[in-house]
Design a protein around this ligand. Structure first.
Ligand code: ADP
Ligand code: ASP
Ligand code: MG
Length: 413
């Protein structure tokens, strides 16, 4: 008999009918002899609806109150699912994050889980009950409701699995696993049987929202067996694994991630003196703006250009800060650009293969796509391009790195 934590995302509980279907599925597992803890998200669209309501009151709602409100989405689905289970004769009980006691820090809207009190859930499991826990939410030391950031129910699922020492954490969603890239953008994307934690971490942090990055971090840290599966279709899904198989057939690139959430800022003609980077980025970081990619050009006539990217939500804030720095430093001008996108190729195979980056640049050049910025690490290469070329770039790279699924009809044998 296994203990399984099953997390169902927003579309999987998007209607009452779907919630009934989830109840059927959970019942089947339980009838098979497994102990089940379920984590659910809010019904699809609900979290966005709640955030929109808050924005009608204020552009920047007070984070504590925003958390009080957005956490209600998950409170609705846990109750509905528990009712649907009880209706089927399955003893079930629902808990909010506060009731379990999912203790987090106090960073409202992006809190981190510090500790989970597993005792209450363990007592329920012993008594034969299915426990249904609200994803995405916790409580801080002072009893304030907190939330874990968008997509945070994944992290609730993994953290519970770690705390309960579950045999597996299953993330049920609207695709049947992790693909080589977002299957909604590239029709020829292929499901991966396995992906390493390291690669999944890069994919998630570079924009693949199929798993929240913290969920992957948590699973890696506590060795939680993690699998992504389709809620309503049978199949093996994708296993996130620790082992990095060295196989000849292993593709160099495992996946392609992309992100439209960034904006680019350039300060031109800054005097090229020691401490320039700090003079520019110090105030940016003091304004609580996180910087992603950074490029400083080689100096020319004792001045240089300095470019970096930030989250699009921070763009206006960063632009203002940069303008005042520019005045102070006597820089020539400040240029901003929000029509950018970042495309990244990810794969542990890069460690043992040379020329991966140039192959990427060649594929983009063939499509006449201009690269604005480049950054590399051991297992990824990222480029910033004009946003309108994003889909073309992802498709071209998918083909260039031989990730395309065989054309229909060739798969018969
Ligand atoms: P849920 O509501 O179940 O948490 P999400 O919308 O958060 O679901 O995540 C699932 C979505 O992630 C898919 O519908 C798909 O469009 C997107 N996605 C992005 N990159 C990938 C990828 N590499 N593999 C699979 N899905 C991906
Ligand atoms: N409901 C939250 C969101 O939409 C959490 C989640 O779905 O994982 O971001
Ligand atoms: Mg999600």
């Amino acid at each position: 008999m296994a203990l399984i934590v099953q997390k169902f995302g927003g579309t999987s509980v998007g209607t009452v009918e779907r919630i009934e279907q989830v109840a059927e599925k959970v019942k089947k597992f339980r009838d098979g002899g497994d102990d089940i803890v379920v984590v659910v998200s809010a019904m699809s669209g609900e979290t966005n609806r709640l955030i929109d309501l808050a924005k009608q009151i204020s552009d920047q709602p007070v984070p504590r109150e925003l958390d009080v409100m957005v956490s209600t989405g998950e409170q609705v689905t846990i109750a509905l699912l528990a009712m649907a289970l009880i209706k089927r004769g399955v003893p079930a009980v629902s808990y909010t994050g506060n009731q379990v006691r999912i203790l987090t820090d106090s960073a409202h809207t992006k809190a981190r889980i510090l500790q989970i009190d597993a005792q209450r859930i363990q007592r329920d499991i012993k008594a034969g009950r299915v426990v249904v826990v609200a994803g995405f939410q916790g409580v801080d030391e002072k009893g304030n409701i907190t939330t874990l950031g968008r997509g945070g129910s994944d992290t609730t699922g993994v953290a519970l699995a770690a705390a309960l020492k579950a045999d597996e954490c299953q993330i049920y969603t609207d695709v049947d696993g992790v693909y080589t890239t977002d299957p909604r953008v590239v029709a020829k994307a292929q499901r991966l049987d396995k992906i390493t934690f390291e690669e999944m971490l890069e994919m998630a942090s570079l924009g693949s929202k199929v798993l929240q990055i913290r969920a992957v971090e948590f699973a890696g840290k506590y060795s939680v067996p993690l699998r992504v599966l389709h809620s309503f279709q049978e199949g093996p899904g994708t296993l996130i694994t620790l082992d990095e198989e060295e196989s000849m057939e292993q593709p160099i690139i495992s996946g392609i991630a992309f992100n439209r959430d960034e904006a680019k800022l350039t300060i031109r003609g800054v005097p090229d003196t020691p401490g320039v980077a700090f003079k520019i980025l110090g105030p940016i970081s003091a304004a609580n703006v996180e910087v992603d990619m950074i490029v400083q050009n080689v100096a020319h006539d004792n001045t240089t250009d300095f470019t970096f990217t930030v989250h699009r939500n921070d763009y206006n804030n960063a632009l203002q800060v940069l303008q005042s720095i520019a005045n102070e430093m006597g820089a020539r001008e400040v240029i901003g650009d929000t029509d950018i996108a970042k495309v990244s190729i990810v794969g542990v195979g890069m460690r043992s293969h040379a020329g991966v980056a140039s192959r990427m640049f060649e594929a983009l050049a063939k499509e006449n796509i201009n690269i604005q910025m480049i950054s590399t690490s051991e297992i990824k290469v990222s480029v910033v391009i004009e946003e309108k070329y994003l889909e073309l770039a992802v498709r071209a790279l998918h083909t260039a790195f031989e990730l395309d699924a065989p054309a229909a009809g060739n798969t018969a044998e």
